[in-house]
Ligand binder design. Structure first.
Ligand SMILES: C[S@@+](CC[C@H](N)C(=O)[O-])C[C@H]1O[C@@H](n2cnc3c(N)ncnc32)[C@H](O)[C@@H]1O
Length: 211
C-alpha cells in the first residue's frame, strides 16, 4: 500500500538509518522464497519499530506474528541486557528461516520463539511486557489486545500494524477483516486506560501507551 508517492518514500528511506546487510538479505530471501512477502515490515517500518524499542528499553517484548523474523530482529535491539523477546507464529514452515536469521543476528538466546496459535500461547506466557507488537490475523486484533492488556506494564507500549487496511476502513463495502480492524480501532479510541495515536506509516500503525 503506497499512500505516499514512491519517489517521496525513497527520499524518506534515504533519510532513515540504513538497513543492515543482514536485514537486507532477509528481506531479499523473503521476497524470493516466501508466500505473501509483502507481509514483512521492511526498512522504514523496521527502523520505526527499532526506534520505539530503543526508546522504551523493554525488559520483555511480545510479538504476535513472527513471519520470517524481520520485525523481531529490529525490536530486539532495544531490549535490556537480560531482556527477552517472545514471538509467536502459527506457520511452522517459516521456522527454519526465522531461526537461521535469529542465529545470524546473534540474538538466539534473547528470543523465545513459539509455533502455534497466539490465542492459545499468550495465556501460557507468565511474564509482563513493556512492548507488544500485534501483527497477525486481523480478525483477532481485539482479542489479542484484551489478552495482553493486563500483562502490559504501566507506561508500556502496544503497537498494532495494518489498522488502515489499505484504506478499506473508510470504504462503504466491508469484509470481515475490515470490520474487525474498525472494531479494534474503536475499542482503543474509547479505552480510557490508554493514550493512542494512529500513525499513517505504511498501512497504519496504532501506537498505544498504557497509562
Ligand atoms: C504480517 S505477518 C508478520 C510480519 C512480521 N511481523 C514482520 O514484520 O516481518 C503475519 C504473521 O502472522 C501469522 N499468524 C496468523 N494468524 C496467527 C495466529 N492465530 N497465531 C499466530 N500467528 C499467526 C502468520 O503466519 C504470519 O506469519
Amino acid at each position: 500500500m503506497h499512500f505516499f508517492p514512491e519517489s517521496l518514500e525513497r527520499y524518506v528511506e534515504e533519510h532513515t538509518t540504513t538497513e543492515s546487510e543482514l536485514l537486507r538479505q532477509l528481506n531479499r530471501e523473503t521476497q524470493a522464497r516466501i508466500y505473501m512477502p509483502q507481509m514483512l515490515s521492511g526498512h522504514l517500518q523496521g527502523q520505526l519499530l527499532r526506534m520505539i524499542s530503543l526508546l522504551v528499553r523493554p525488559k520483555n517484548i511480545l510479538e504476535i506474528g513472527t513471519f520470517t523474523g524481520y520485525s523481531a530482529i529490529c525490536m530486539s535491539e532495544g531490549l535490556q541486557e537480560d531482556g527477552i523477546l517472545y514471538t509467536i507464529d502459527i506457520n511452522e514452515e517459516l521456522k527454519e528461516m526465522a531461526e537461521r536469521y535469529f542465529e545470524q543476528a546473534g540474538i538466539r538466546d534473547k528470543i523465545d520463539y513459539r509455533i502455534g496459535n497466539a490465542t492459545d500461547i499468550i495465556p501460557e506466557l507468565n511474564v509482563s511486557f513493556d512492548l507488544v507488537f500485534i501483527d497477525a490475523d486481523k480478525i483477532n486484533y481485539t482479542k489479542y489486545y484484551e489478552l495482553v492488556f493486563d500483562r502490559v506494564n504501566s507506561g508500556g507500549v502496544i503497537l498494532a500494524d495494518n489498522v488502515l487496511w489499505s484504506g478499506k476502513i473508510i470504504e462503504p463495502v466491508r469484509d470481515d477483516e475490515t470490520n474487525a480492524l474498525m472494531a479494534f480501532n474503536d475499542r482503543v479510541q474509547q479505552d480510557h486506560r490508554v493514550d493512542n495515536v494512529l500513525i499513517t506509516q505504511r498501512d497504519g500503525l496504532m501506537m498505544i501507551r498504557k497509562k
